[in-house]
Design a protein around this ligand. Structure first.
Ligand SMILES: [Ca+2]
Length: 217
C-alpha cells in the first residue's frame, strides 16, 4: 500500500512537472554579441517608430519615443509558470529604472521601479495597484545599480545591490515572463548582465529525477 501511494504522488508530480521543467531555462545575457536575440520587443500603444530598442556598447537600451507608447522587452526563455531568480544591472538618464516579471505580452505584469534622486525610492506595482513603496534608497541618474527579484509561489523578494528591500506575498499574477522596461517619455533606460535562473524542480537536480525514476521501477 505504501508503495502505491508513492506511485500516485510521483505520478502527480510528473504530470504537473513539464510546464516547470521545460518552459524555463537558465539564461544570461551581457549583450556583448551586439543583438537582443532571445528577447521579444513590445511597443504597447504604439507602432515600431514609437519605441526604440538598441544593443550597442555591450548594453541593451530602450526608449519611449512617443508619449503614449509603453516600451518593454521580455526574455523569451522565461515564459511559463515557474519560480525564478531574475537579476539585471540598470541605469537611466532619467529617474525611472524598471524591470518587470510575471509579465503577459498582452499587458498584465509586476513592475519594479527604482527612482533616482530626488525620490530615492522603490515601487512594486501590480495590475491592481502598488504593493510596496520603499523610501530612502539613495540612487542617482546615470549610475548603474543591480536589482534582483526572487519569486517562489506567492513569495516576492527584491534586492537592490544585494540589500533586501521588499519581502512580501502576493497572488495577483501566478505566471509570466521577466523583462525590462523603459519609462518616462524620451528617457533611455539601459540594461546589462541579465541573469534568469529558474527554481523548483529544474533546480533540484538529477538526484530527484533518480529518486522519481526509482519509484517507478
Ligand atoms: Ca555588457
Amino acid at each position: 500500500m505504501r508503495n502505491s501511494w508513492f506511485r500516485i504522488a510521483a505520478f502527480i508530480l510528473l504530470s504537473t512537472a513539464p510546464a516547470n521543467l521545460y518552459a524555463c531555462t537558465l539564461v544570461s545575457d551581457d549583450f556583448e554579441d551586439g543583438n537582443d536575440a532571445g528577447w521579444t520587443r513590445i511597443c504597447e500603444n504604439g507602432s515600431g517608430v514609437d519605441c526604440l530598442f538598441e544593443v550597442s556598447g555591450g548594453t541593451y537600451k530602450l526608449q519611449q519615443v512617443d508619449v503614449n507608447a509603453r516600451v518593454w522587452s521580455i526574455l523569451d526563455a522565461s515564459h511559463g509558470a515557474c519560480d525564478f531568480v531574475f537579476q539585471a544591472d540598470f541605469k537611466s538618464n532619467s529617474y525611472d529604472k524598471k524591470v518587470i516579471f510575471r509579465a503577459d505580452p498582452a499587458g498584465p505584469r509586476y513592475e519594479l521601479n527604482l527612482r533616482a534622486n530626488p525620490f530615492n525610492d522603490l515601487f512594486l506595482h501590480s495590475p491592481i495597484g502598488d504593493l510596496a513603496h520603499i523610501t530612502g534608497i539613495s540612487n542617482t541618474v546615470g549610475s548603474w545599480y543591480t536589482i534582483r527579484v526572487q519569486v517562489v509561489g506567492s513569495h516576492i523578494q527584491v534586492w537592490v545591490d544585494d540589500t533586501l528591500k521588499i519581502d512580501l506575498h502576493d497572488t495577483t499574477l501566478v505566471s509570466g515572463a521577466v523583462g525590462v522596461r523603459a519609462h518616462k517619455h524620451g528617457a533611455v533606460c539601459e540594461y546589462d548582465n541579465v541573469q534568469f535562473t529558474p527554481l523548483g524542480l529544474t533546480a533540484v537536480g538529477e538526484s530527484s529525477w533518480s529518486y522519481l525514476k526509482e519509484i517507478f521501477r
